[in-house]
Design a protein. Sequence first.
Length: 293
Amino acid sequence: MQNEDDNQTDDSTRVIDTCKTTQQSPPESSTSPQFFKLAKKLGIDGALFAENKKALLEDRTLKRARLTELHKQKNIETIILKALPYCSNFEIGPNIDLDWFNRYIALSEEVSNPTMQDLWAKILAGELTKSGSFSYKALKIFRDMGIHDAKLLAKACSLAVKDPNHKNIRLITGAYQKPGLLNFLAKQRLQFCNLSQYGLNHADLLALSENHLIYIQESESSLINKGETLQFMYNGSSMRLTAIKADVSLQFYKFTPLGSELAQLIGDKGNDDFFEHLKNKLSYYFLINSDRN
């Protein structure tokens, strides 16, 4: 009868033998077609062939470098082609910043996702028609964003209001009145707008903050006097708030300067249900006029 140490030795031997067998068998014979196709596309499939079928390591290195440069060239040419329609109705200024343009190419040439390519095309068109629209810092932030992050930015923009010059963008989360003797115990003194109900929960806000697109610390406006008017834009529509009570304040998350830059990429596409929800909550303190149906 074998003791426990003998059993462990046999198990170890079997594991080692299995590993040897796996290494000796031609790798391509056990590789899934999808994995092999991806590795070949990226030029990193050399190790998947049997030894007698492998090209020289130097040749494989040169092949991968060539494929990488071809992919980059294809990506940037696709983006340039997509930018063309955005520039067709605008005159490109004479003072093109070639340094900015070279940095733009270096950051965008690895973008192969069609949706992200569309957004990079808008960046290029925006900069060509109005120099200084997008800073290099904003480009670097956008380069590190994935498609999920871009969708979150689009969701935030669909719920946000802008001031008339579009420089300050806010996600309004509620309104309240300064506590006083007459309203201290009023249940409706704080009106809360539920962003998560419309697809933007706290985890999403944290993700936007990690990408430097919004400030995660909630802000509030200075106290608004009765009769005072605030002017906003909600996804292309005017929105005027006139206070009907004294000492009212708006609460909101504010877009960062980088977030405001990149928000230019997102077209006006508001959420009608959220807009009704927002008006309903704010109407307790404001008379609301808007040209949005």
